[in-house]
Design a protein around this ligand. Structure first.
Ligand code: NAP
Ligand code: MG
Length: 406
């Protein structure tokens, strides 16, 4: 059987601990036997990042921008304990934070649905995709506790020193004050990423804020979304039969609980933080959640939503074959390969990615899975495998489905 050829490489960002172990197995068993895999490899393992003073992380972000598609393994964000464990020179910032800032991207998270892991909400049949604005609001706020009466004000000073003032509260007793901001450009990019991603996934877009209460702040979000939609996306949405719907955040929460899913839910920063955890946990498990960072100029970085699964790694180091779920990592690869194929016009690559996804999902749906899904599966699983056996069984199915198609 001839291997599938790739026209353009993918930026490959390797990572840490258990996910790094599984990364190599996935490549060896599920990708390299079928594809003449072309990647530009960057080792984002903690030690390599430290040794290069994070240069490697910036280089990998540049490669994603240059190549248009990247795939990333989970990575350790260093802290005091990791500094000791890995004998690091310095504490480095989160690689995801660096890459997100370099790409000015928006993060989309989507649960991977299988028939035998039922969502907690009965009406959900298709995944809800969460689009979270990753800039500003309370994540870049200024706060103050005041212990006596006084006047709390917002003051804006322009470049010429002219001040605009508004009274927040004439405070008669101790209390708390908070100042937040966002930027038109960041909101515009967020809106653009959401509409573009929705066209890509062929789903409607829902967006909500609390503009009835926050008329200027949330009102600006609403206005910018509408402007970006009308001027850049409306025609294409109409052509593809998709819609954009704006409502209030409390209304959307009520609707989501009765909806069948299959929409992109665009969220302000805090709403996205809270609601994406709710969607992930109610849909099944973190090990079944994909994540993709999309830049406003159309670059894509695919990864698993979970971390490096440290506890399993320590068991692995003691010689145990762990039952770590590789599905989100496999889907990071299939997402990247399908996007590469789509951008390069190599249909075999897109087709391969779908076959690999299908082989993975049908195996689980036939009752063969990793240990984390045991408690969630209905009916009870037939076989619980370790990660290596599970990947081997996917490889068998994949080979069969590819041979059947020849
Ligand atoms: P984690 O790696 O997501 O794991 C937390 C727990 O969730 C695991 O101990 C395991 O539970 C379960 N789990 C997660 N993924 C699983 C999978 N694929 N299969 C089976 N079980 C899975 O989070 P963490 O332990 O808080 O973080 C570990 C490291 O990951 C940290 O150094 C952090 O900086 C990093 N991190 C990286 C990213 C990223 O690169 N995107 C994201 C988050 C965290 P049980 O132990 O109960 O089986
Ligand atoms: Mg959260």
């Amino acid at each position: 059987m001839a291997k599938i050829q790739m026209k353009t490489p993918i930026a490959e960002l390797d990572g840490d601990e258990m996910t790094r172990i599984l990364w190599a197995v996935i490549k060896e068993k599920l990708l390299e036997p079928f594809i003449d895999l072309k990647t530009e490899y960057f080792d984002l393992g903690l030690k390599a990042r430290d040794d290069s003073d994070d240069k490697i992380t910036y280089e990998s972000a540049k490669a994603i921008k240059r190549l248009g598609v990247g795939v990333k393994c989970a990575t350790i964000t260093s802290n005091a304990a990791r500094m000791e464990e890995y004998k690091l020179k310095q504490l480095t910032p989160s690689p995801n934070g660096i890459i997100r800032a370099e790409l000015d991207g928006t993060v989309f998270r989507k649960p991977i649905i299988v028939k035998n892991v039922k969502p907690a909400v009965k009406s959900w049949e298709k995944p809800f995709i969460m689009g979270r604005h990753a800039y500003g609001d309370i994540y870049k706020s200024c706060e103050m506790y005041v212990d006596k009466p006084g006047k709390a004000e917002i003051v804006f000073t322009d470049e010429n020193g002219n001040e605009t003032r508004k009274t927040i509260m004439q405070m008669k007793e101790p209390g708390i004050i908070q100042g937040v901001h966002n930027l038109d450009k960041s909101i515009e990019n967020f809106a653009r990423c959401c509409f573009r991603y929705a066209l890509d996934e062929k789903v409607d877009v829902w967006f909500a804020t609390k503009d009835t209460i926050s008329k200027t702040y949330d009102g600006r979000f609403k206005e910018i979304f509408q402007n970006v939609f009308d001027s850049e996306f409306k025609a294409e949405f109409e052509k593809t039969g998709l819609t954009y719907f704006y409502t209030l955040i409390d209304d959307i929460v009520a609707r989501v609980m009765k909806h069948e899913g299959g929409i992109l839910w665009a969220c302000k920063n805090y709403d996205g933080d809270v609601m994406s955890d709710m969607i992930a946990s109610a849909s099944g498990s973190l090990s079944m959640m994909t994540s993709v960072l999309v830049s406003p100029d159309g670059c894509f970085e695919y990864e698993a939503a979970h971390g490096t699964v440290q506890r399993h790694y320590y068991r692995y180091l003691k010689g145990e074959k762990t039952s770590t779920n590789p599905v989100a990592l496999i889907f990071a690869w299939t997402g990247a390969l399908a996007k590469r194929g789509e951008l390069d016009g190599t249909n075999e690559l897109v087709d391969f990615a779908h076959k690999l996804e299908n082989s993975t999902l049908t195996l689980i749906e036939d009752g063969i899975m990793t240990g984390d899904l045991k408690a969630l599966a209905e009916p009870a699983p037939k076989e619980i495998l370790d990660s290596w056996e599970f990947i081997d069984r996917i490889a068998e199915r994949l080979a069969k489905s590819i041979n059947a198609a020849i």
